[in-house]
Design a binder for this molecule. Structure first.
Ligand code: ADP
Ligand code: AMP
Length: 235
């Protein structure tokens, strides 16, 4: 991969957005397995930075506990480093950009525009249920912080989705369904167009073979009937 920020060879970036608990991390793990992307969760990177004892640790911890958005420069630095360290050139950036300032700063610093935005659309009721049974020992997975995170999502993060929608870059997925059902839809979005065409051709060939076999069976039946009839006539 070229250095992040290089003008020549830019990596492919897909922003994965959706409310807290909409299933971003779960689906990203599936996409990684099937399509060879590197998954970078802004939340995971911030939690790791917090635990590493860095100078920003306490500030990050306080912001996460309150469901607030950590300053862009901190998150973008972590993302850039993770991209460079990965050795890959295809990234799912999950939970980022969280607000308009995140979005503008990322584009200005890295000069990267996302290939598209994968948006998981889920009801608050379902997200709340999922977070409360997530069981990962996260300090922000409690009802008080969850409500604050929903508010931040509606007020700050949804406008980013709207921005990319206006540029025709959003792939919206109904995330209220089961993990497998959601991934069926996600898989189609990530499958290259050529493979989709090949898949259609295969289905067409299969149906053609099927039709030919049926035609041959009908002809054979017709001939047997004809033979029976002519035998009856001669008898
Ligand atoms: P996010 O990364 O958007 O915060 P997660 O992927 O961590 O969400 O999912 C939140 C919780 O909901 C996890 O415990 C996960 O196992 C569960 N989950 C994810 N997707 C679904 C789904 N489609 N149906 C039911 N539970 C789900
Ligand atoms: P998540 O793991 O995506 O649910 O994020 C958990 C928390 O980390 C959020 O509620 C924010 O406090 C913080 N956070 C996650 N992503 C970002 C981001 N892109 N910018 C700033 N803060 C973030």
């Amino acid at each position: 991969m070229g250095t992040v920020g290089d003008a020549e060879k830019k990596p492919t970036v897909v922003f994965v957005l959706g409310g807290p608990g909409s299933g971003k991390g779960t689906q990203c793990a599936n996409i990684v397995k099937h399509f060879g992307y590197t998954h970078l969760s802004a939340g995971d990177l911030l939690r790791a930075e917090m635990k590493s004892g860095s100078e920003n640790g306490t500030m990050i911890q306080d912001m996460i506990k309150e469901g607030k958005i950590v300053p862009s420069e901190v998150t973008i630095k972590l993302l850039q480093k993770a991209m460079q360290d990965s050795g890959n050139d295809k990234f799912l950036i999950d939970g980022f950009p969280r607000n308009e300032e995140n979005r503008a700063a990322f584009e200005a610093v890295t000069k990267i525009e996302p290939a598209f935005v994968l948006f998981f659309d889920c009801s608050e009721e379902e997200m709340e249920k999922r977070i409360l049974s997530r069981n990962q020992g996260r300090e922000d997975d409690n009802i008080e912080t969850i409500r604050k995170r929903f508010k931040v999502f509606l007020e700050s993060s949804l406008p980013v989705v709207k921005y990319y929608e206006s540029k025709g870059k959003v792939q919206k997925v109904d995330a209220t369904k089961s993990v497998d059902e959601v991934f069926e839809v996600v898989k189609v979005i990530f499958t290259p167009k050529d493979e989709k065409k090949e898949d259609l051709l295969c289905k067409f060939e299969y149906q053609k073979d099927h039709l030919n076999a049926t035609k041959l069976a009908v002809i054979a039946l017709f001939r047997t009937l004809q033979a029976c009839l002519s035998r009856t006539n001669t008898d």
